[in-house]
Ligand binder design. Structure first.
Ligand code: G3P
Ligand code: MG
Length: 254
């Protein structure tokens, strides 16, 4: 039960480009990827932008919280210089810009809803709303089991953000992200109406993989960078994974 691409470029271009930027998306595409994972967070004015950390310091110079800046302010900041001079002045993209890039280039999206602490429901609701507006035609034309990959897949470590997304736009499918699979994973997936479980491959066993598959859910792993491990996970029944090593593990990897 996995109607989506199997090998997904993590944060756009993995380790080859500054994460969560349009340059990263172009890099993934140049490596043949038509499937991408990226992180989405809210600005002060409620606009979803591509960002992993809730504060400045790692990918954007400075200090302070992302949520204290408007989308216009964030768009003027440099999210590429930390990576290399070649990417200097690469801006923080709005989620909408990534949606447009992906639609134009036929790239499937795993949208990871990444709320800043305290903004879980607000972020889930806003991302769901923006996605519903952008994908209105695809939602209307969606026939379950026929063209499932015409819609993106939400995922989040935040149960509350996913519940908010479900209540705002139930038509967009959800995957629950966990670093290690908890005892009550199945009841959480039921509450979320989720189609998949997303987990750290480092904490996954073959028996757990089998249990998730036997229960009828999709199983996605992050972040798989070693081809031998990738093969093992696929052998276990893992449906899909994201990778930082888009140079080593291509979109047609088996
Ligand atoms: O969505 C999979 C993976 O991206 C989750 O972890 O921290 O890289 O966003 P992180
Ligand atoms: Mg992520």
């Amino acid at each position: 039960m996995w109607p989506y691409p199997r090998i997904i470029a993590h944060r756009g271009g993995g380790t080859l480009a500054p994460e969560n930027t349009l340059a990263a998306m172009r890099c993934g595409l140049a490596h043949g990827f038509h499937a991408v994972e990226f992180d989405v967070m809210l600005s002060k004015d409620g606009v979803p932008v591509a960002m992993h950390d809730p504060h400045f310091g790692r990918t954007v110079a400075g200090s302070g919280n992302i949520f204290d800046f408007t989308s216009a302010q964030l768009a003027s900041l440099d999210a590429g210089a930390w990576f290399s001079a070649e990417f200097a002045r690469e801006p923080i993209p709005a989620y909408e810009q990534i949606q447009q890039f992906c639609a134009h280039n036929r790239i499937w999206m795993n949208v990871e809803i990444k709320p800043a602490p305290g903004y879980e429901e607000q972020t889930g609701t806003a991302v769901a709303k923006w996605t519903r507006q952008f994908f209105a035609a695809e939602i209307a034309a969606h026939v379950p089991g026929v063209n499932d990959d015409s819609l993106p897949l939400f995922s989040s470590f935040s149960f509350d953000a996913l519940m908010a997304a479900k209540s705002e736009t139930p038509e967009i499918p959800r995957g629950y992200l966990v670093s290690a699979i908890p005892q009550d994973w199945q009841s959480q997936l039921v509450q979320l109406g989720a189609v998949a479980l997303h987990t750290n491959h480092k904490n996954l066993s073959a028996a757990q993989a089998r249990a998730v598959k036997d229960a009828g859910y999709g199983l996605f792993c992050y972040t798989v960078n070693d081809p031998a491990r990738a093969r093992e996970l696929l052998f276990w029944g893992v449906d899909a994974f994201c990778t930082d090593r888009i140079d080593l593990i291509g979109p047609d990897f088996r």
